[in-house]
Design a protein around this ligand. Structure first.
Ligand SMILES: *[C@@H]1O[C@H](CO)[C@@H](O)[C@H](O)[C@H]1NC(C)=O
Ligand SMILES: *[C@@H]1O[C@H](CO)[C@@H](O)[C@H](O)[C@H]1NC(C)=O
Ligand SMILES: *[C@@H]1O[C@H](CO)[C@@H](O)[C@H](O)[C@H]1NC(C)=O
Length: 318
């Protein structure tokens, strides 16, 4: 729980010392990150880090999203800023533009491929017929691949075009961030799988994530920052739909155990990725503990009703 009070900047500089160390100990020629400045961020994920992708491509989140900080909905499925917003700011960047947003975007300091309701695996039912984003992780990877090559063609046009695209060398120096997998678990639960069946699907979900990280590495990415999944059993959409035994925080115990199993497998996968990708620096970030503390000690963080959500009637009509 202590970790929740460590500012992101401190975590990032810890990460940088680690990078420096790995640079020295492996004498890797590509990790020229002594100054620890990531000139860009490329983010992959779901609503936990969507800064406008689903809003631009399919449907904008309605009010009251955004009312407290931005004073209007701004494509985030959150009232305030997201972790990725604070991360971008701590690196001295503006908020990340969503790759799918064709209006007013600037990708010179990175791009965000996350869309709300994205999964790692191909989902069975996709918006508008179903509930999940068509932009699952394999598609986000393909979008990244396109951005990587096409951005350089666009830069060659010069002028304003060049100023809107990342420099070629940013792709190896950037921070690659991931927060995805929560909806793979959710899809299982809402698809009427038992808790045990969803739990048993975890290794396959994780292998989808590892495969994409390897493909992104093969395109030159070196610094990876991977969030684990949050306590899904504390979310109102689980509590309201699936009666279950709850823990002392009021969260659905067995659902959180599945998230914990996911995180255990993810941690093992990062250990394996460090072996398979020798030039990569991979940081596993325990977001679960930080988020769980919001439910366990809500008053400490200024929350009154951590398990209650307001319901916005929001239907897709395409
Ligand atoms: C895009 O952002 C970069 C970095 O903040 C800035 O230097 C550049 O001027 C921006 N381009 C436009 C057209 O606003
Ligand atoms: C899950 O079960 C409920 C209740 O039997 C049913 O209404 C729903 O269509 C099922 N969902 C799926 C995805 O099979
Ligand atoms: C999930 O699977 C793991 C490994 O088989 C097992 O240790 C754990 O108890 C399971 N959790 C649930 C909630 O079924």
């Amino acid at each position: 729980m202590e970790s929740s009070r460590i500012p992101i900047k401190a975590i990032v500089s810890l990460f940088c010392s680690y990078m420096l160390l790995s640079h020295i100990t492996t004498l890797s020629p590509t990790l020229a990150l002594e100054d620890c400045e990531f000139p860009a961020i490329f983010n992959f994920g779901d609503s936990n880090s969507d800064t406008g992708g689903l809003a631009a491509s399919l449907l904008p989140p309605p009010p009251p999203y955004g009312e407290t900080y931005f004073h209007m909905p701004v494509g985030r499925f959150s009232d305030g800023r997201l972790i990725i917003d604070f991360l971008a700011k701590s690196l001295g960047h503006p908020f990340l533009s969503a790759y799918l947003d064709s209006l007013g975007t600037n990708f010179s300091y990175g791009a965000n491929f996350a869309t709300a309701s994205s999964t790692i695996r191909l989902p069975d039912n996709i918006i508008p017929a179903g509930g999940f984003s068509p932009f699952y992780l394999n598609i986000q990877y393909m979008q990244f691949m396109q951005l990587k090559s096409r951005s350089q063609l666009i830069r060659h046009r010069g002028g304003i075009f060049a100023s809107l695209m990342p420099k070629e060398e940013y792709f190896s120096k950037a921070l690659y961030t991931f927060d995805i997998g929560q909806n793979d678990l959710g899809e299982g639960f809402f698809g009427n799988l038992t808790v045990q069946e969803v739990n048993a699907s975890v290794p396959d979900i994780i292998s989808g994530l590892s495969a994409n990280i390897k493909k992104i590495y093969d395109l030159g990415a070196r610094s990876f920052w991977i969030h684990n999944t949050g306590p899904i059993g504390c979310l109102p959409y689980i509590l309201a739909n699936f009666p279950a035994q709850t823990d002392e925080a009021g969260c659905a115990k067995s659902y959180n155990e599945v998230a914990q199993h996911f995180n255990q497998k993810l941690k093992e996968a990062t250990v394996q990725l460090r072996k398979d990708l020798p030039l990569a620096a991979i940081t596993y970030v325990d977001v679960y503990s930080v988020k769980y503390s919001l439910f366990k000690e809500p008053q400490k963080y200024g929350f009154e009703l951590p398990l209650v959500a307001c319901w916005v009637w929001w239907q897709v009509q395409l």
